[in-house]
Design a protein around this ligand. Sequence first.
Ligand code: GTP
Ligand code: MG
Length: 195
Amino acid sequence: MEIKQAIFISSAADFKKCPPPKYPEFAFIGRSNVGKSSLINMLTGKKELAKTSSTPGKTQLINHFLINQQWYLVDLPGYGYAKVSKIQREKWNKMMKGYLEQRETLQCIFILVDGRIPFQQSDHDMMTWMGLNDIPFVIVMTKADKVTQRELMQNIKGMKEVLKVEWETLPHIIITSSETKQGRDQLLEFIENCL
Ligand code: GTP
Ligand code: MG
């Protein structure tokens, strides 16, 4: 798929304030700083469409981007950042739960996982929650340019071993880098097949 147009629509503090559910929707979720906003910019070819930062916690709201007047790409706030207060964490949980459970046009969630490090408990918890709530997701490994192929494969293997305990079939895994554009075609092809 070619991205001909990508427009920022709105930032919402909860799912009720999201734009009318007129288009199929794909959302990026993952730990703070994993590279959600960067991946949106890489996919759309617009460097500053979604705001990125080297400091975790940059994205705080549910951000909708309309692609080709046809589907929404959604940038979500990250989870798992140690410095976040309990109140903020609860706010995040409420906001995300509402969005993930009730946004009727959600086609698929991409859970972004940092390819540089071993599988994290917070990612595992997120995937378990999605499974319990019957929400389909795909795993997207990020920052592939920052890790050796060997380490990346080891991290993926470790993740699969953990997931195999709970899942009969493992989710689809796409390896990406926002720096080198690795995985761009695969991600767009996946989305195109869902439309
Ligand atoms: P929050 O909004 O805080 O949850 O973070 P995020 O998941 O949106 O991460 P963001 O895209 O802001 O990226 C965080 C940092 O990682 C930035 O400094 C990016 O430049 C860097 N980064 C993101 N993706 C990649 C990648 O594929 N390769 C490399 N080398 N750096 C990346
Ligand atoms: Mg972000």
